[in-house]
Design a protein. Structure first.
Lengths: 385, 325, 281
């Protein structure tokens, strides 16, 4: 009896291992193929990022006929787990080791970038961020940060507040985690460098649902409130702000993204923002992109789609320059100092792989067609490294 | 003679499975090894939880926090204080998670029934929020402790996904063996007695409260050790690995595998970890739906599990017979 | 003073979240952790009707309550299969949280809906130097109305008496010939309807999002634990206490305010293991 049971279990174990072993076959990519893993969330509260990034990437690949540096390009989507970074890491391991990804684009969230950076650096796989990132992930590590380092990207907001608007004191409001603190630091550093002073800083803990207290606790004597919150929280905050009839002008890093902006735009007319991307930007690359997007999806693109498109084009440019070499050194070499023509105008990467690009001060207006827009007011060049 | 034979009958399949599992790396890709390592770790964590949850009937929704104490202790010692020795780290982890479990037990055991569940949930979420807010528990620019690597064992070791898997397998087998010994011991019997009928156990002269504290401390310490393994393997530990959602998943693992049974929770941990991964491979957008529907179906069908399990056992032993009438 | 007003305003929202759950948890040991998911369905339904279709808010919120009442019937059917089995109930709850959250993403898209803007509920009421937004007053009014209603149902009606009897001693109640299954069904319908209404009216400040099943569940649990299971006045007192504590701690030590909430929950339970005014579970 014991033997029979033992035989049964070992047979089971063997079929299991055999089943696992077969799935390994054909995992290596062909030499003339560059596999790119696109890591962005497809489920959970940020599930819009994944499909949006994919749209942008596909548009760029289609325009390049899926070719770069003599190799064909294959895109593999990876789900970014927004809550559990260790889950994201396992999936990134899979796309690198089993799908043979040579380049990883993403993840979106800082926590996940931190989680996969060490692994990707050790594996020698370049990681191209699409929506910012901490500069420590570049340099020694394998990341290429787009569109600029988190601690610098919001700088022009501070500069504009001090130099163009003549403000002396500001308050700040942002979430109590790394990206929020870094972005605000960029704005306050620039503001203080231009002679202003920061009177009050409020940090919203993760998981806060009620924004009322942050509106009431605002120091009403400041000249402006510099803020960055995710769209849903920004909307909740702005609603309370208007209900309380607070008159302190807002300086919103990133403004508020669609579709949330279209819901609350009426409460924001006249307020100032700072965009990394804006679909109204007047340059050839953006015109080409927005019309391609319009043809395909019949709408205006948002920042995630635009930056996925931009990063895809940057990777294609770099691969064309170095005959399809996907190593971190080769890509750094190809991109270092090169003037790139992107959807946000001229941009470049430094030797550490951190980008610098244009930022646009914008103003909230209502267009003739009833759409709320962030209208470009002034552009600052070469921000990010 | 009969005793030896029946013992061999019990041990043999387990031994064969362990050996087969140990040899698996020769057949797997490095990524599958990594995924299986993760599955083993969560299996061990769920089995540790089940010592309190299934054996002692202490429905805790806060055990991920105890695993987190282990993970954070190991991670911080390694990243901030450059302790590299596996043995030292595990010693510190055991101490820290035992102390944390003791505090956890002393507070939570004041409540009973539904309230006990809710207190454990609150304690767990409190730890998660602390990890979210307290800068000491974050390294570099992360919201987590990052930069954790596999520790050194003191003799020559070259870590690659295969050896990591084999090492974790050995540790997990030792932990499971410990858990089995506890379950089989008089303490285990007393825990089950207290689960079934605390009043009667008290009448029999058992100090039920002490046994319950012991159950939580033992299970919490083992959870902490699994949490350290998790941190070594993932290279990080974050507030989301500590909070109520993580605790909930641990409980789900134990329940799905069969809470209160010998290997159920471990199997559940392995299965759910693989399910989480492959559900996302099947459909990124609908993965939560797939997992959720499976949970609901399991909840509705789980009462047939004993019948299914005994039918399976009968089949394996060749005892399934049409001649039962 | 503004802090007190903020705390009371938050307390009203918390009461709405917690009151349905307090009722459900009291219902003969049913551990329905999918309460936050029902709240979310109420919030999204209200968004569709009031914002997208332009219904008046009152009608939309009531309709959301009705939709959630139907959802409550379905939930009761599912939970009836596994009575008195906390393991299966936890498993079922989490399954429902995943499924309903993902369904909402499918139907309403992944981007959260902003707080509902409704004509007539903008601006704030100024009392001295304290400002209270009008939508908070609406929420508080609905909250107290529901509190009164639930209290009347529980303390003054036959069904309420049956519920209380069932909570105290299910066996004895059954022996008296009372159909407890019907009572549980009634509690599920009522609790879910309240959750739906809470989601709808709470949407005035919180909008609707797929995070709500978990977020709302946690807040509701704190309220219920502090207030005691199955007690309307206890839930009300607990909501206000927690709202005030949260407002003060954000004001005094903003970094640790989220830890404070759970500390309060633990402290209350250690001092009074059945909550401020609860029954033995």
């Amino acid at each position: 009896m014991a033997r029979r049971l033992a035989v049964a279990t070992s047979v089971l174990a063997l079929t299991f291992t055999a089943a696992c072993a077969t799935s390994e076959a054909g995992s290596d990519s062909k030499p003339d193929e560059v596999v790119i893993g696109l890591v962005a969330p497809s489920s959970g509260f940020a599930a819009n990022y994944g499909p949006e990034a994919e749209q942008g990437f596909e548009l760029a690949l289609a325009a390049a006929k899926e070719q770069a540096g003599g190799a064909s390009i294959k895109l593999v989507k990876v789900d970014e787990d927004v809550l559990d970074s260790s889950q994201t890491l396992e999936r990134v391991k899979k796309v690198v080791e089993s799908d043979g990804a040579d380049i990883v684009v993403g993840p979106i969230f800082g926590s996940n970038q931190q989680a996969v950076s060490a692994y990707l650096t050790q594996a020698g796989v370049p990681m191209f961020t699409m929506l910012g990132g901490d500069e420590t992930l570049a340099g020694e590590n394998s990341a290429f940060i787009w569109p600029g380092a988190d601690t610098l990207t919001a700088g022009p907001l501070g500069t504009y507040a001090a130099e163009e608007l003549g403000y002396d004191t500001i308050a700040t409001l942002a979430p109590d985690y790394a990206y929020g603190k870094n972005a605000i630091q960029g704005a306050t550093d620039a503001f203080e460098a231009a002679g202003g002073s920061v009177a009050q800083q409020q940090w919203v803990p993760l998981g806060t649902t009620d924004m009322l207290q942050y509106a009431t606790a605002l120091d009403k004597d400041v000249d402006a409130l510099v803020m960055w919150l995710v769209p849903a929280d920004a909307a909740a905050f702005v609603r309370e702000y208007r209900n309380l009839e607070i008159k302190v002008p807002l300086l919103m890093f990133q403004g508020v993204f669609d579709p949330t902006y279209q819901e609350i735009g009426g409460d924001l007319i006249g307020e100032i923002g700072l965009n990394e991307y804006n679909h109204l930007l007047d340059n050839d690359a953006n015109a080409e992109f927005t019309s391609a997007y319009e043809d395909e999806y019949g709408d205006v693109p948002n920042q995630t789609t635009a930056f996925a498109y931009a990063v895809a084009n940057i990777i294609i440019t770099a691969l064309n320059d170095n005959d399809g070499d996907t190593s971190v050194e080769a890509l750094r070499g190809a991109l270092d100092g090169q003037e790139l023509d992107t959807v946000i105008g001229a941009a470049s990467y430094d030797v550490d792989g951190v980008a610098a690009s244009g930022r646009t001060v914008v103003k909230s207006v209502k267009g003739d067609d009833g759409r709320f827009e962030w209208e470009p007011v002034k552009t600052y060049e070469n921000i990010g490294h | 003679m009969v005793g030896v034979f029946s013992r061999a009958r019990r041990v043999a399949p387990v031994a064969i499975l362990v050996v087969a599992a140990f040899l698996l790396p020769f057949l797997l890709s490095t990524q599958q090894e990594s995924l299986l390592t993760r599955a083993l770790i969560f299996g061990a964590m769920a089995a540790s939880l089940d010592l309190a949850y299934g054996q002692a009937g202490l429905y805790s929704l806060g055990h991920a926090a105890l695993a987190g104490v282990g993970g954070y202790t190991a991670g911080l010692l390694m990243v901030r204080y450059e302790v590299q020795s596996f043995w030292l780290l595990m010693l510190a982890v055991a101490g820290a998670s035992a102390a944390a479990s003791m505090a956890f037990a002393l507070v939570s055991l004041r409540a009973k029934g539904l309230y006990f569940i809710l207190v454990t949930l609150a304690l767990g979420q409190m730890v998660a929020n602390l990890a979210q807010q307290w800068d000491f528990l974050k390294t570099a620019q992360a919201e987590a402790v990052t930069g954790i690597v596999m520790p050194s064992l003191g003799f020559a070791t070259i870590w690659n996904p295969g050896t990591v898997y084999q090492f974790v397998l050995v540790v997990v087998v030792v932990m499971l063996f410990t858990i089995q010994r506890i379950i089989g011991s008089p303490v285990g019997l007393a825990l089950r007695g207290a689960r079934e009928n605390g009043v009667r156990m008290s009448a029999l002269g058992y100090d039920v409260w002490r046994y319950r504290v012991a159950a939580i401390v033992l299970s919490g310490t083992l959870c902490g050790l699994s949490g350290a393994l998790f941190a070594f393997h993932s290279g990080l530990i974050a507030p989301s690995n500590v909070g109520v959602a993580a605790s909930g998943v641990l409980v789900l693992m134990a329940i799905i595998g069969g809470s209160g049974t010998r290997y159920g929770a471990f199997v559940g941990g392995v299965v759910v970890t693989l399910l989480q991964f492959y559900a996302s491979e099947w459909s990124m957008e609908r993965a939560p739906m797939i997992v959720g529907v499976l949970f609901i179906l399991t909840a509705l069908l789980i009462r047939f599990r004993p019948a299914a399990a005994s039918a399976l056992r009968g089949l394996l032993r060749g005892e399934a017979s049409h001649a039962s009438a | 003073m503004q802090v007190v007003a903020n705390g009371v305003a938050l307390g009203a929202v918390l009461f709405l979240m917690g009151s349905g759950l307090a009722l459900l948890l009291g219902a003969m040991g049913v551990l329905n952790l999918a309460h936050g998911a029902v709240y979310m369905v109420g919030a999204y339904t209200t968004w569709t009707l009031a914002i997208s279709q332009g219904w008046p808010l009152v009608g939309a919120v009531l309709a959301a309550g009705a939709v959630c009442a139907v959802l409550g019937v379905i939930l009761e059917r599912l939970f009836r299969v596994i009575p008195g089995r906390p393991n299966e109930q936890i498993l079922m709850s989490f399954g429902l949280i995943y499924v309903l959250g993902n369904l909402a993403q499918l139907v309403w898209g992944p981007v959260a809906k902003s707080p509902f803007q409704v004509a007539g509920l903008q601006g704030a009421v100024q009392v001295g130097d304290v400002a209270i937004p009008a939508n908070r007053l609406a929420i508080a009014a609905v909250g107290f109305a529901i509190a009164l209603l639930l209290w009347l149902v529980q303390d003054r009606t036959r069904v309420g008496a049956m519920v209380r009897a069932g909570m105290d001693d299910a066996e004895m109640t059954r022996a008296l010939g009372i159909n407890l299954d019907r009572v549980v069904l009634a509690v599920f319908v009522l609790g879910s309807a309240v959750a739906g209404i809470a989601g709808g009216i709470g949407g005035l400040v919180l909008g609707a999002s797929t995070n709500q099943p978990m977020d709302v569940l946690l807040l509701a649990l704190i309220v219920v634990v502090v207030g005691g299971i199955g007690s309307v006045p206890g839930t009300l007192v607990a909501s206000l206490m927690i709202g005030l504590l949260d407002a003060f701690s954000r004001y005094q030590f903003p970094e640790m305010s989220s830890v404070m909430l759970y500390l309060l929950m633990v402290a209350v339970l250690v001092a009074r293991p059945t909550g401020l005014s609860g029954r033995v579970a």
